[in-house]
Design a protein around this ligand. Structure first.
Ligand code: NVA
Length: 314
C-alpha cells in the first residue's frame, strides 16, 4: 500500500521525529537534496483559497529538483466532470505525488486509494497536517524540543487546526489544551485518538473551556481564524461566541513568560488575535510561514524515498 500523508496520525511518533529532523536538515541546506530530480512532477490541486500552501509547495518541489504542476480544480471539475477515482488514476500516471486542498476528508482518502502514488493533504475540513509539521518545526527551533511542552489552542477548536494540533501535538509528546466555546471543540473521537497516542508519548490532550486556565503556564499559544474557509455563512454567529478566546496581550500574560505565539495565517487582527500580539516580540508567525516549505519538502522527500516506495509495492 502506497504511503500517503492524509492526517497527522499517519506518521508514528518515530516517523514524525524523522520527518522533522529531515526538515531541519533541508532548511540548513535547501538546494542540496534532489529526490525529485528528473524532474519528477508533483500535481497540486486547490479547491479552496491558498497563498502559503501554493507558494511553499511550488518553491519546495522546485528545490527538490521536481516540477510543480498546478491542476486547476475548477477546470478539472473533480467529482463533477469526472469521478475522483478517474482523476486519481489519470494524475497517478502523470505525477509522482499529488497534493490536494479540498473540503471532505473522504474525497482525499479516495484519491489516495485510487492514484497509486503518495497523496498529501494540503488542508481539508478536518485536518491541516502540513501546517502542523511546520508549526512543530517552529516550536522545536524556538524551544529546543517538543516533548513535555504545553500548548494552548484558542478559538475554533473544532476546525482543521484544532484537530491537527490534538493529533500532531500528542504524537510529539506535548500537552495539548484546546479552548473554545461550547460546540466549537473537537469531537470525542478526536480526543480519544489523541489520548491513545499521548499514552505512548507522555503527552496529553484535554479540552479547557476557560481561556485563562488554558493558557496558564503554556509555552506555546496558538490560534486560527474564527471563520474557516467554507464557514463564511456562519460569520456573524461565530463572532458573537468567540470574543473571550481572542489572543490579546492580557491573555498571553497568563502564559509562560517566554511563551511563543503561532498563527497559521491568514490572520484577522482585532478578531482572533490582537495586532500587538501577532506583530509583537512573542510572535513566531513568519518563521512558521517559512517553515511550511521546509516541512513539506521533508514530507515529499520522505514519501519519495526509494526504499519506502519499493516496500509499498511488495
Ligand atoms: N482553519 C483555517 C485554516 C487556514 C489555513 C481554514 O480552514 O480556513
Amino acid at each position: 500500500m502506497t504511503r500517503s500523508f492524509l492526517r497527522d496520525d499517519d506518521l508514528t511518533p518515530v516517523e514524525q521525529a524523522e520527518v522533522l529532523a529531515l526538515a531541519a536538515s533541508l532548511k540548513a541546506a535547501p538546494y542540496d537534496h534532489k529526490p525529485l530530480a528528473g524532474p519528477r512532477t508533483v500535481a497540486m490541486i486547490f479547491d479552496k483559497a491558498t497563498l502559503r500552501t501554493q507558494a511553499s509547495f511550488s518553491a519546495g518541489i522546485a528545490e527538490l529538483g521536481g516540477n510543480p504542476m498546478l491542476v486547476d480544480g475548477g477546470l478539472a471539475g473533480i467529482g463533477k466532470r469526472e469521478s475522483i477515482a478517474d482523476v486519481a488514476r489519470v494524475l497517478g500516471r502523470q505525477a509522482s505525488q499529488i497534493v490536494w486542498r479540498t473540503y471532505a476528508q473522504a474525497s482525499l482518502d479516495e484519491m489516495a486509494a485510487m492514484s497509486g502514488v503518495p497523496v498529501i493533504n494540503a488542508l481539508t475540513d478536518d485536518f491541516h497536517p502540513c501546517q502542523l509539521l511546520a508549526d512543530l518545526l517552529t516550536v522545536q527551533e524556538h524551544k529546543g524540543a517538543l516533548a513535555g511542552l504545553t500548548v494552548a489552542f484558542l478559538g475554533d477548536g473544532a476546525c482543521n487546526m484544532g484537530n491537527s494540533w490534538l493529533l500532531a501535538g500528542a504524537t510529539a509528546g506535548m500537552h495539548v489544551r484546546i479552548s473554545g466555546p461550547e460546540g466549537y471543540v473537537p469531537d470525542e473521537a478526536m480526543f480519544a485518538r489523541a489520548s491513545e497516542i499521548a499514552a505512548t508519548t507522555g503527552g496529553s490532550a484535554v479540552s479547557e473551556s476557560d481561556p485563562v486556565k488554558a493558557v496558564a503556564g503554556a509555552e506555546v499559544v496558538v490560534t486560527d481564524t474564527w471563520i474557516s474557509m467554507g464557514k463564511e455563512a456562519e460569520a456573524d454567529a461565530r463572532r458573537t461566541v468567540f470574543g473571550p478566546y481572542a489572543v490579546t496581550p492580557d491573555l498571553v500574560a497568563h502564559a509562560s513568560a517566554d511563551a511563543i505565539v503561532l498563527h497559521c495565517l491568514p490572520a484577522y487582527r482585532g478578531s482572533e488575535i490582537a495586532a500587538e500580539v501577532i506583530d509583537g516580540p512573542q510572535s513566531v508567525v513568519w518563521d512558521e510561514a517559512e517553515n511550511r516549505r521546509h516541512a513539506q519538502k521533508a514530507v515529499m522527500a520522505w514519501l519519495q524515498d526509494p526504499a519506502r516506495l519499493e516496500a509499498d509495492h511488495e
